[in-house]
Design a protein around this ligand. Structure first.
Ligand code: NAI
Length: 306
């Protein structure tokens, strides 16, 4: 079957592809011709346990049975050696990396005061540190080939907040910060990086969704936007999308109009800031700002006229 979004000759890494959302990304990319590294550690929902080869192996078997190409990788995304080895698996098996989907994830929910350091760190390791461990070696290979498509996985829990998930929310916003910079550093090498905030039925959400919704929120509803963001047709970079049950939208952090309090010569008093606070607080006429330099530049221009 031929597709407009065709991945013949492309090599993709999907982390956490042994189940849930990642499995659907791997299957769809392979169906469209991509050679896929199916990474999965095969641990428990909270990341505990010794891991298992079966989740990754099963997905590789599924891909092969459908006539596609794939290899399994069982490395832990939460270690530097694991990240390096995932890249090595792709290069050894298929010679390059065109696509990386950072998808592997665990949950260890606790209210903030009960959030012990170990619980905090375990979740930051799998979501945020892994984004560094896996993306960096893959980015090196992509840069050499002047081509790359990267998808990070965030969450509404981080973007908007969700009770009991300080660790997860912090990590899931952290990957957006990483994206914001990789976007700039990858631009001249045709490396596009975007972030997805999915909503889907999986092991991670089975106890938080009502059963009737769980049945409807198939991961396959999320897959199409990920496939598009991984394609050579995708020209956007640095964007964030919510996706679930076939509904999609873009998320952006807006910046309100800049308010100069005083003349920009002497620091204003706290009282002067309080007097202007309604204006400072307003998002009326807020806009998208592209880089840190842009927002700093606007403040400096307003204060100095330069
Ligand atoms: P899932 O639990 O079905 O799949 C995650 C996979 O990642 C599992 O197969 C697991 O073995 C693997 N994994 C976990 N730790 C790993 C590690 N250290 N190294 C390698 N593989 C590892 O979960 P789901 O729902 O498919 O989640 C995928 C991603 O989407 C996660 O990053 C999750 O945080 C995110 N997400 C999911 C939402 C949803 O509604 N399902 C909502 C928001 C975000």
């Amino acid at each position: 079957m031929s597709y407009d979004l065709n991945f013949d000759g492309r090599v993709a890494i999907v982390t956490g592809a042994g189940a849930g959302l990642g499995r659907t990304y791997a299957l769809d990319l392979a169906k469209r011709g991509a050679k896929v590294v199916v990474n999965d550690l095969g641990g428990a929902r909270d990341g505990s346990g010794d891991g298992s080869a079966s989740p990754a192996d099963n997905v590789v078997e599924e891909i092969k049975a459908a006539g596609g190409e794939a290899v399994a990788n069982y490395d832990n995304v939460a270690s530097q050696a694991g990240g390096e080895n995932i890249t090595k698996s792709a290069v050894d098996a298929f010679g390059k990396i065109d696509i990386l989907i950072n998808n592997a994830g665990i949950l260890r929910d606790k209210s903030f005061l009960k959030m012990e350091l170990e619980t905090w760190k375990a979740v930051l390791d799998v979501h945020l540190n892994a984004a560094y461990f896996v993306t960096r070696p893959a980015f090196r290979v992509m840069r050499e080939n002047s081509y790359g498509r990267i998808v990070m996985t965030s969450s509404a829990a981080g973007i908007y907040g969700n009770f009991g998930q300080t660790n997860y929310a912090a990590a899931k916003m952290g990957v957006i910060g990483l994206m914001n910079v990789v976007r700039l550093e990858g631009a001249k090498y045709n490396i596009k990086i975007n972030t997805l905030a999915p909503m889907a039925a999986s092991r991670l959400t089975e106890d938080v969704m009502p059963p009737d919704m769980f049945d409807r929120l198939k991961p396959e509803f999320v897959t199409p936007i990920v496939v598009y963001l991984c394609s050579d047709k995708c020209q956007v970079t640095g964007n964030i999308y919510n996706a679930g049950i076939g509904a999609f939208n873009r998320v952006h952090m807006l910046t309100g109009p800049t308010v100069l309090v005083g003349e920009g010569i002497e620091p204003p008093t706290a009282e002067a800031v309080m007097a202007e606070f309604d204006k400072i607080n307003s998002l009326k006429d807020a806009k998208e700002v592209s880089t840190a330099t842009d927002v700093m530049g606007e403040a400096i221009t307003l204060a100095t006229g330069k």
